[in-house]
Design a protein around this ligand. Structure first.
Ligand SMILES: [Zn+2]
Length: 376
């Protein structure tokens, strides 16, 4: 918490420039990924990737320290001017003849590389069996449902219900719906037992899942008045948190690991851990966001509405180890009487499960149509 605050402060001390204007100035194309909170600048030579709140950039695949983390403010993305000059040196400073010689030398090699790469890609497409493809690019078949908490860990407590019971009931219904739709479904627990957070992701990896859905109920510890106000669902992906609220939710969901002495347990990730993790999970990320979009669409129109935009990111330990697209779904607030009653009711649980199942099916369709465009 202190660290993040520190970055924000240090940002105030440096000159920041609007990333989109910078891209125009240097002749780069600019792409913003709103759900992912990241953006890339692509010049002829370089691809630089940035993420809001992360003090590192990835330039042509290598990690570069930034003077300050990019900030999203007032609809604009701000990066430190110093970082821009470092990553994209102004043309006037470059020694023209030398630069020319370098490009001339680099060009043929680059062209050859490209040819090689294209050939390899073509080879992979025809030669790779679907089984060997990475989760997220292959057919969506195995869905892993992770009902949060269990056993000695009851999760958040409502007035009348416990989180662990609600999420298990919804998970069982979801399993039925998904099986009816033709999916192979695995559950990290199908009864009231305690399973470590790390073990849940391990199970999902062993099962070679295509999608990991961790189900939870949200809660706030506040006055009765605030409990009455704060309700709704929220879909979380593994991403650097942007708000203290999101951080607090991850801390609460992660607490079980530190509470019961799980190996490698921690309540929060450090900035460098985040960056390493981002690189490792890169190949699943796009699909996690795709599924998140489908979840938002499927849940809209239901009794429980979106809470604070309905989507967020934080360091949920249960998602860290899953080598597949993964989301954590906070169905509703167990601390809110209305949400709690709906989540406890049979009709409510059935409706929630049916909506999640629909999101899985539309996600599958989206992945499969994307595969078709690739000719797989
Ligand atoms: Zn939970």
């Amino acid at each position: 918490m202190l660290l993040l605050f520190g970055w924000a402060l240090s940002f105030a001390d440096v000159t920041a420039v609007d990333a989109e204007s910078v891209s125009k100035k240097i002749g780069a194309s600019f792409h913003w990924f709103p759900v992912q909170k990241s953006f890339i600048l692509v010049t002829e030579k370089d691809t630089a990737k940035f993420a809001v709140g992360i003090p590192y950039a990835s330039v042509n695949g290598s990690t570069i320290d930034l003077t300050a983390s990019p900030v999203l403010d007032d609809g604009h993305l701000w990066i430190a001017e110093e970082d821009v000059n470092k990553l994209f040196p102004p043309k006037s400073e470059a020694k023209a003849p030398e630069a020319k010689a370098n490009t001339a030398k680099a060009e043929p090699a680059k062209a050859a590389d490209k040819k090689e790469a294209t050939k390899d890609a073509a080879k992979t497409v025809t030669a790779t069996k679907p089984k060997n493809e990475t989760a997220g690019t292959r057919e969506v078949k195995t869905i892993v449902i992770d009902p949060g908490h269990g056993g000695k860990d009851s999760g958040a407590l409502g007035k009348n219900a416990q989180e662990k019971d609600i999420v298990l009931a919804v998970s069982k219904l979801l399993k039925k719906d998904l099986e009816k739709a033709g999916f192979n479904v695995k559950m990290t627990r199908d009864k009231d037992v305690f399973i470590e957070l790390g073990q849940r992701a391990n199970l999902a990896n062993q099962w070679d899942g295509d999608l990991f859905i961790s189900l939870h109920c949200n809660a706030i510890d506040a006055s009765a008045e605030r409990k009455k106000q704060i309700k709704g669902f929220h879909v979380y992906v593994l991403r650097a948190p942007e708000s203290e609220e999101d951080k607090a939710i991850a801390r609460r969901e992660n607490k079980v690991a530190t509470l019961y002495g799980e190996k490698n347990a921690k309540e929060e990730l450090s900035p460098i851990e985040w960056f390493k993790l981002e690189a490792r999970l890169e190949k699943y990320k796009q699909n996690s966001y795709m599924f998140t979009e489908e979840m938002l669409k499927a849940m809209d129109g239901g009794k429980i509405k979106r809470q604070a935009g309905g989507v967020g990111g934080a360091g949920f330990m249960v998602l860290v180890g899953a080598l597949m697209p993964a989301v954590l779904f906070e169905i509703g607030f167990i601390s809110n009487l209305e949400d709690e009653a709906y989540m406890m009711s049979k009709a409510g649980q059935e409706d929630i499960a049916a909506r999640i199942a629909k999101a899985v099916s539309t996600y599958k369709d989206a992945v499969h149509s994307y595969r078709e465009t690739l000719g797989r």
